[in-house]
Design a protein around this ligand. Structure first.
Ligand code: MG
Ligand code: ZN
Length: 223
């Protein structure tokens, strides 16, 4: 039998992820882990989503980046509580980083927390953070072959957002081929083709999201 030296590290992380989930649930926060390659449009999706939330649902953001706080500043400028995690070149977020970041957010005032992971389609999905749903973004300019080339990411997702859908035709993006690739690794996973720029497709994404937010009374108030 092959000895897996990474196992003890994952076990320790999983324990902290469970602690994170406990803190989130206690405060009534529903958390999303947003994963994609760099530049797919995670920050734009966060802003477009926040713009469409009913006023009864307030949001917060944890920003993960190797360096800088460019996205965090954009989020903060909108008046959204945000905490930046700089991984110092590290290629993913892990549960202890989230645990530390949670201390810097007004959790009791937040209903929906976005965790914007480091841009990376390889390893981010291997690290459980304690978030309720794992969302993988692919964007049209990256090409329709991503589920075939990065199956682990798409297998770990609860939903897939295909961003920049307004340029599908310009990139000869084959949506059926992309969907088929998803079905191989994660049959029937929800797929939302959206454009944060034009707003197309965001209604169905919002409907799915609101359905999953833990506070049913808030969702009812929104309809
Ligand atoms: Mg970003
Ligand atoms: Zn990594």
């Amino acid at each position: 039998m092959k000895l897996d030296l990474t196992r003890p590290i994952f076990d320790a992380h999983n324990a902290v992820a469970a602690e994170n989930r406990g803190l989130l649930d206690k405060a009534g926060v529903f958390a999303l882990n947003l994963m994609s390659s760099p530049g797919a449009g995670k920050t734009c999706l966060i802003l477009a989503t926040v713009d469409r939330l009913p006023p009864s649902i307030s949001s917060g953001v944890i920003e993960g980046d190797p360096a800088a706080r460019i996205d965090a500043d954009i989020i903060a400028a909108r008046g959204i509580p945000v905490t930046q995690i700089n991984t110092g070149g590290g290629c993913h977020l892990h549960a202890p980083m989230i645990r530390a970041a949670l201390d810097h957010l007004p959790l009791t005032d937040i209903d929906l927390l976005f965790v914007e992971n480091v841009g990376n389609l390889i390893c981010t999905a291997n690290f459980v953070l304690g978030t309720h749903k794992q969302i993988v973004l692919a964007s049209v300019p990256e090409g329709h072959d991503k589920p075939y080339k990065y199956p682990g990411m798409f297998a770990a997702a609860d939903a897939v957002v295909l961003a920049k859908a307004d340029v599908l035709r310009s990139f000869d993006f084959d949506l059926a081929y992309f969907r088929h690739g998803l079905d191989i690794v994660n049959p029937n996973i929800p797929l939302f083709a959206v454009s944060s720029r034009t707003g197309e497709g965001l209604d169905t994404w919002m409907a799915w999201l609101l359905q999953h937010i833990l506070k049913p009374h808030l969702v009812l108030a929104a309809t």
